[in-house]
Design a protein. Structure first.
Length: 100
């Protein structure tokens, strides 16, 4: 369940640090799926943030922007407007990179 999601996330972080963004993205996706199944639909914000960073590293700025937008929505639901604004700024930056 949630422990396996955490394990997948830690593997994703390690892969990203090693420059293996594709493997890291796959691990982050697995963490999100495991967490969603274990919590009946909950969002694992940390895994979503790692997935966004992986997408940026892979130059998939559209996917990165979507992840950052999702993080902004999660922060809004949690009542954290500062984090929401920061995630939306990251989404804008990703779209700017896409359009550059």
């Amino acid at each position: 369940g949630v422990d396996l999601a955490r394990l997948e996330l830690n593997c994703a972080k390690a892969a990203l640090r090693l420059g293996k963004a594709t493997a890291a993205a796959q691990r982050a996706d697995a963490a999100l799926e495991r967490h969603k199944a274990a919590t009946r639909g909950g969002t694992y914000a940390n895994a979503l943030a790692v997935r966004a960073e992986c997408r940026e590293a892979l130059y998939d700025y559209d996917a990165a922007a979507r992840c950052f937008d999702d993080l902004g929505a999660v922060a809004d639901r949690g009542g954290n407007g500062d984090d929401a604004r920061a995630w939306r700024r990251r989404a804008r930056d990703a779209r700017d990179l896409r359009d550059a």
